[in-house]
Design a protein around this ligand. Structure first.
Ligand code: V47
Ligand code: SF4
Length: 364
């Protein structure tokens, strides 16, 4: 491809990285930083697009799915979070099992995947979550249940006084198929101390995902970027995920989440530019050589930026979603949900071929 001419990369002093990417060799921490420092974001994007095309051709996946948030009451008080409420505070809510089921019944399309997450509620017991999963599986037997971040799993374990592995085993028996990727934020301890001091540590988050993998559950992973973290913190985060994948192999998809700044306690001096978002998505594709999919999550990116991301390393557009609260509390201006036709149109609109998938990325 013309874009990948080696003299272009020679001029940018990236000859060695260009060669490594074309030969399918692993990039180092220093390589990742040099990609951040490269003055030409399109050069980074072209390398990521090359890798994405080698892995997935011009396919962009999407899924008919539905998000359900069971509560916004949370004891963790992360300083970046616009979604959390105290118990009894105006706007606080908890869905009971019937409310959650009613949401699915009223959805226009039969979902392939249900994504359930919520705050760390001080009194909801594991039985509530098992009942919820069983009720959904009874109603939609083939659906992939992608539920509860590692942070929620750690919270359930603390409430029940049992191990996180036991929580995973019980939820798997109730129908859990996958863990979503949330709660990872940024692994660097100094950043976690400021943005989510009460949350599971990086080691705990990784250990819970690896436990899930050992039980045959798939998981996703995320990185929240564009707040107070450095470029070094981002590359460190990606490398820790890559090492974790080397140990267990159960991560399906990585979701880079650009920080949306409204209603947060954090004072962000330099908000992300669109090109920095695209560069980070591209670097994620290049560093995470062992994670099959990179998601352009249109809710947080906005639909037009998610389209651009499909040319900067991403291969998945996520899904119909139906109702989203976490990003919209923080200022997301995207729609609440999209139809199958809209998703296909958006994907075709940037020259990719839409392919409908289930929660495990099998073609439907
Ligand atoms: O963990 C919270 C992030 C995550 C903000 O696994 C924010 O398929 C941006 O993980 N600006 C939850 N991000 C969402 C998530 C997710 C979404 C879609 C698909 C999957 C998947 C996972 O959202 C949280 C946090 O990192 N978040 N607040 C904010 N203001
Ligand atoms: Fe709670 Fe999650 Fe918000 Fe942290 S990010 S306060 S754990 S809902």
């Amino acid at each position: 491809m013309q874009l990948l001419r080696s003299d272009f990369y020679d001029n940018l002093d990236l000859k060695d990285i260009h060669a490594k990417v074309l030969n399918g060799e692993r990039l180092s921490f220093e390589d990742g930083l040099r990609l951040y420092d490269c003055p030409e974001p399109l050069a980074v994007g072209a390398l990521a697009h090359h890798v994405r095309t080698r892995m997935h051709g011009d396919t962009a996946y999407y899924v008919v799915n539905q998000h359900i948030n069971y509560t916004n009451v949370c004891v963790n008080g992360c300083t970046f979070c616009a979604y959390q409420r105290e118990e009894g505070q105006k706007g606080a809510f908890v869905l009971n099992v019937d409310d959650a089921l009613a949401k699915i019944v009223t959805a226009a399309l039969k979902p392939q995947e249900i994504h359930i997450v919520g705050g760390c509620h001080p009194r909801l017991e594991l039985e509530y979550f098992s009942d919820l999963l069983r009720a959904i599986k009874a109603q939609l037997p083939g659906v992939v249940l992608k539920c509860f971040t590692a942070v929620e799993i750690a919270h359930f374990a603390a409430i029940e006084g049992i191990s996180t592995k036991e929580v995973l085993i019980r939820l798997k028996e109730a129908g859990l198929d996958m863990l979503p990727g949330g709660g990872a934020e940024i692994f660097a301890p100094a950043v976690r101390e400021q943005i989510c001091p009460k949350k599971s540590t990086a080691d705990e988050w990784l250990a819970i995902h690896e436990e899930a993998h050992s039980l045959g559950l798939k998981t996703n992973c995320t990185m929240l970027f564009g707040h107070i973290e450095s470029k070094e913190d981002r590359i460190d985060h990606l490398i820790r995920l890559r090492e974790s994948q080397d140990r267990g192999g159960g991560y399906t998809c990585f979701i880079p989440l650009p920080f949306l700044t409204e209603n947060s306690q954090l004072d962000i001096k330099n908000p992300l530019t669109g090109l920095e978002e695209l560069r980070t998505i591209a670097i994620s594709r290049l560093m995470l050589d062992n994670i099959p999919h990179i998601k352009a999550y249109w809710v947080m990116l906005g639909v037009k930026q998610a389209q651009a991301a499909l040319k900067f390393g991403a291969d998945d557009f996520d899904g119909t979603v139906v109702e989203e609260k976490i990003g919209h509390e923080a200022g997301a201006t995207s729609e609440q949900g999209m139809t199958r036709n809209e998703l296909e149109e958006m994907i075709r609109g940037c020259g990719c071929t839409p392919v409908e998938r289930d929660g495990f990325f099998n073609e439907v």
